[in-house]
Design a protein around this ligand. Structure first.
Ligand SMILES: NC(=O)c1ccc[n+]([C@@H]2O[C@H](COP(=O)([O-])OP(=O)(O)OC[C@H]3O[C@@H](n4cnc5c(N)ncnc54)[C@H](O)[C@@H]3O)[C@@H](O)[C@H]2O)c1
Length: 253
């Protein structure tokens, strides 16, 4: 297993789903973790369940002040910061014709804006670490588009380009910046997509997943890739993105 002994990590959106699995995996690999979520109670409960000194705090990544406070709390609590995982994300599944301006911008604001805000806030601490690593949650939906998902796909596409730009700017500070791009992973977010995708797709969502990915991914499978990119073994990897999707993006059919 990847060794993260001594690494200090902040995971946004860590109260549930993939973020929770990432926090759990980082702790199991020896890291200290602060998980930050707009759902404060959820963050605290999850931190308690994970144990190992994990701390849960409130942070809404739509706010630069919140992002700054979360980084400050992590640095104070752990004595520094080596890893930032930008995992907090939302989806809205609607056709372009029905999506409102506010909804489009809300998805961009959390997924792309939140990634930018937490990254900007964490740069000084990650630079001080000497081996800082930022891992962003993209998606296969950032690598191509999909019906009902224009706002989500646009936001995840933005995360990919932001990752590449930040990676080059931050190389001299010793900070790596990479994106993981999961296919469909079993979480509440994936559950929420079933009805809207069923409404427009030629086959039920579950059948599409079976055809394109074989099966849904698990949060822990994504967490394993995040842990590797956060580790000392991945120091020469930056500006990269990795699909973790059971082959979905590898195949035309
Ligand atoms: N589940 C999937 O199939 C899938 C696939 C590809 C990428 N992703 C990405 O993985 C990440 C996690 O997704 P998930 O499936 O675990 O979703 P989820 O809905 O189960 O959990 C998302 C978490 O983010 C938190 N969050 C939402 N908005 C926030 C905000 N403004 N500030 C702070 N926290 C906020 C929520 O409270 C929740 O705890 C997201 O970025 C998502 O886009 C998920």
């Amino acid at each position: 297993m990847t060794d993260l002994t001594g690494r200090r990590a902040l995971v946004t959106g860590g109260a549930q789903g993939i973020g929770r699995a990432i926090a759990q995996r980082l702790v199991a690999a020896g890291a200290q973790v602060v998980l930050a979520d707009k759902n404060e109670q959820g963050a605290q409960n999850t931190a308690k369940e994970i144990g190992g000194g994990t701390v849960g705090i409130r942070c809404d990544v739509r706010s630069a002040d919140d992002a700054g406070d979360a980084v400050a709390a992590a640095v104070e609590g752990m004595g520094g910061l080596d890893v930032l995982v930008n995992n907090a994300g939302i989806e809205i599944a609607k056709p372009v014709t029905e999506l409102t301006d506010e909804e489009f911008m809300r998805v961009l604001n959390v997924n792309a804006g939140g990634t930018f805000r937490a990254t900007q806030a964490a740069i000084p601490a990650l630079a001080a670490s000497g081996s800082g690593a930022i891992v962003n949650l993209g998606s296969v939906a950032g690598m191509s588009g999909g019906p009902m998902l224009s706002a989500y796909c646009a936001s995840k596409g933005a995360v990919l380009r932001f990752t590449e730009s930040a990676a080059i700017e931050l190389r001299q500070s010793g900070i790596t910046v990479n994106t993981v791009c999961p296919g469909i992973v079993s979480t509440e977010m994936a559950d929420r997509l079933v009805a809207p995708i069923d409404a427009v797709s030629p086959a039920p969502f579950a059948e599409l997943i079976a055809m394109r990915q074989g099966r849904p991914g698990t949060p822990d499978e994504v967490a394993g890739l995040v842990a590797f990119l956060a580790s000392g073994e991945a120091r020469f990897i930056t500006g990269a993105h990795y699909a973790i999707d059971g082959g979905l993006t590898a195949s035309l059919f």
